[in-house]
Design a protein around this ligand. Structure first.
Ligand code: CO
Length: 506
């Protein structure tokens, strides 16, 4: 039997090791950020091994048997405080999960990811799926092996989903996407029967630096702390963080598309506010980590869509935009820009999709991944399957694989199970936003004058400060009173888009 003092010193040892692993992982993340933002093009080879070495060392620390023993002892004691116990139990869960994958398997996976990624890059550039699929096939075989190593109850894909959102299953996703297929399809059909909104004015020449400085202004006003973070350019926008006190976001400027930089910047800004809001005293520990990728995405989507594409926000934002782009927006008023940034149109590219058709892009990937992992479809048939599904759900014809089945990087990395979090995040976003407004009825008026304090405080209080303590649905229940409820998203979508496109809500 260990004394309370013994246990506290064991806990201290646990914290020390876990935070050291976080240091190495965060240093690796900084190298990765640099690779995307600053690194000269010829420096990739050694950079890859440097960041792999750091990650490997971190992994070694938290999979060592002695670390597991400490965790087991901490899990069995009653001498820990509630949050100490939560940290120890979550770390023990992680430990067991990590142990299920032998080092040799992780090596294979890492190597295959790098080979598949190179094959994908080439295939996409040359519009030749055949250059990618042999490597993708190997990757899928490894992912199926991973499902067996992890173990699962109902569907092998569940094992992979769990990496991105603890506890989410295909059973639950079938339910949710089932509703997408009926209700959201219905709404989309109604919208497409109406005359399309005008948005030509978004595609003039907009000075890139002005776009960037406008985005900085917006980020400041929503609460992004530039003393502890920054925004740079990269090819694909992303957020990364090395601690809650060093959060980096990136964006991409396109001169001829006003919709690009600003809203991608608000999106990443939402991710960043979450990272900056995680408790510093739990640095590197589970309670200092984001709850799940779905919850992470809920934060970005909330700011990008619920806030950034709302009429209230545009009342504040558009006059600022007009100051920078007075000629371009001379003939444009708030109602025009509101409709334009909310234009709904089925398209080919997921990352450019509007807030409604987006979920059909995700649904398609979800159906394909599930079938691939179950061995129900063959890798070589992917282009055909892909094109058929795009035709079925979005009624679009895919002209080539580069902007079809080869458009996303995820599969080359082996990130199977990631896509659904994009949709779940969007649905949680609406649920959080509605709850925040209910508790603080002035939020919308505040947004009109560029005051985002109340909303941010609500998110800090209800979501950010808990780290990984709760699963996505537990957190949602605590913050909003119920688990994920897709009908709230539908209600929001119906009300918003029936007004924009001019039809009856029912
Ligand atoms: Co995101």
């Amino acid at each position: 039997m260990k004394s309370k003092t013994d246990i506290q010193s064991l806990y201290f040892k646990y914290v020390e090791t876990t935070q050291k692993a976080a240091d190495f992982n965060n240093a690796a993340a900084l190298l990765d950020w640099d690779q995307e933002v600053n690194m000269p093009s010829g420096s990739a080879t050694f950079r890859a091994r440097q960041s792999a070495s750091l990650a490997e060392y971190a992994h070694h620390l938290i999979t060592d048997e002695s670390y597991g023993k400490i965790l087991q002892q901490l899990a069995d004691t009653t001498f820990l405080s509630e949050s100490q116990q939560a940290n120890a139990l979550l770390s023990l869960e992680d430990f067991h999960k990590h142990k299920k994958l032998p080092a040799s398997f992780i090596n294979k996976l890492t190597n295959q990811a790098s080979i598949s990624f190179q094959a994908w890059t080439k295939a996409k550039k040359k519009n030749q799926f055949s250059l990618f699929y042999p490597e993708l096939e190997k990757m899928i075989a490894l992912k199926r092996q991973q499902c067996d190593l992890y173990g699962f109850q109902t569907h092998p894909y569940d094992a992979l989903l769990d990496d991105y959102d603890r506890g989410i299953t295909t059973t639950r996703l079938d339910e949710i996407f089932g509703e997408v297929k009926t209700h959201l399809s219905n709404l989309l059909e109604k919208i497409l029967q109406k005359p399309q909104v005008e948005d030509d004015f978004l595609y003039q020449a907009f000075d890139k630096e002005n776009q960037f400085s406008l985005s900085i202004e917006i980020l400041k006003s929503i609460g992004f702390n530039f003393e502890e973070g920054r925004q740079d350019y990269s090819e694909h926008p992303f957020t990364t963080s090395f601690s809650p006190q060093d959060v980096r976001i990136t964006t991409r400027a396109e001169q001829k598309n006003f919709k690009g930089l600003i809203w991608s910047s608000i999106h990443e800004g939402g991710h960043a506010l979450y990272e900056q809001g995680l408790p510093t005293d739990a640095y590197g520990l589970p309670l200092g980590m984001p709850a799940s990728l779905s919850i992470h995405e809920s934060q970005s989507r909330l700011w990008e869509n619920c806030v950034g594409r709302s009429a209230a926000f545009l009342k504040y934002f558009f006059p600022l935009a007009k100051q920078k782009f007075s000629t371009e927006f001379e003939q444009v008023d708030i109602s025009m820009i509101y409709k334009a940034v909310n234009k709904v149109q089925p398209s080919l590219i997921r990352t450019e999709a509007d807030e409604l058709t987006y979920h059909f892009h995700v649904l398609i990937r979800y159906e394909i991944e599930k079938a691939l992992i179950a061995g129900e479809i063959q890798c070589k048939d992917l282009p055909t399957v892909w094109n058929e599904l795009y035709n079925k759900y979005l009624k679009v014809v895919v002209p080539n694989d580069t902007i079809g089945v080869l458009q996303d990087v995820h599969w080359s990395h082996g990130s199977f199970g990631y896509f659904p979090t994009y949709s779940l995040g969007s649905f949680y976003a609406v649920q959080f936003f509605e709850a925040a407004k209910k508790e603080n009825p002035t939020i919308e008026q505040d947004i009109q004058i560029g005051n985002f304090q109340l909303l941010l405080q609500w998110l800090r209080q209800k979501v950010h400060r808990y780290g990984r303590r709760y699963s996505s649905d537990e957190l949602s229940k605590l913050a909003t009173g119920s688990e994920l409820n897709f009908s709230l998203f539908m209600k929001y979508a119906r009300e918003k888009y029936s007004a924009i496109y001019g039809f009856d809500v029912n």
